[in-house]
Design a protein around this ligand. Sequence first.
Ligand SMILES: O=P(O)(O)OC[C@H]1O[C@H](OP(=O)(O)OP(=O)(O)O)[C@H](O)[C@@H]1O
Ligand SMILES: O=C(O)c1cc(=O)[nH]c(=O)[nH]1
Length: 214
Amino acid sequence: MDKNHFIEFVMQTGVLKLGEFTLKSGRQSPYFFNAGLFNTGAQLSTLANGYASAIAESGLDFDVLFGPAYKGIPLAATTSVALANNHQLDKPYAFNRKEAKDHGEGGNIVGHPLQGKVLIIDDVITAGTAIREAIDIIKANGAEPAGVVIALDRMEKGKTELSAIQEVERDYGIPVVSIISLNDIIDYLQTSEDEQNQSYLSAMQTYRQEYGIN
Ligand SMILES: O=P(O)(O)OC[C@H]1O[C@H](OP(=O)(O)OP(=O)(O)O)[C@H](O)[C@@H]1O
Ligand SMILES: O=C(O)c1cc(=O)[nH]c(=O)[nH]1
């Protein structure tokens, strides 16, 4: 699936919405990507195929897929299925509990132990907080991060003039692979014949000027 088809897919499913939203970072954004709305088997299958292709094309070497709670959980589970079905890559996966369990098997990692090189799979990166927390969990378990795969790179500044993603790549020496970026969404809106889409374009461009890296 190319980038424009992926954008059509996320707009049709309501995952990508244009409007007014408050982000985890406190930023007021004219768009929001809610991966929780990939909520049918067919949608998850299409999404997982997209992630699996991005992983296979990246050539990233890893031992375990890790989906940070909560929205990373179905992403890791379904992408591991797509990697096995489409790419003959049978990789183990894991996810964390946000609150540690103190009975039964205990702990806060579910699935395969975090060992060796761990590939993080998540929905979006804005300021990078969630990814840094995921890397801390991987390191606390004695494993090392191998890279990050996300659906949407919002291309926003992190703590410096670099993007949050560039800072993660610099600080941890790992690649971040994304299916689409903010620039792809703006390009798509620019060529869209839908008047409502067109009307959000200037808000998107203003937001990119304020928080974006270019
Ligand atoms: O780069 P950041 O500024 O950290 O923002 C992006 C993160 O915020 C959301 O997760 P959230 O922590 O809200 O958890 P959820 O998966 O439980 O919705 C989203 O799923 C990303 O992981
Ligand atoms: O920055 C966030 O909190 C955020 C942005 C976005 O597009 N989607 C999301 O789930 N969280």
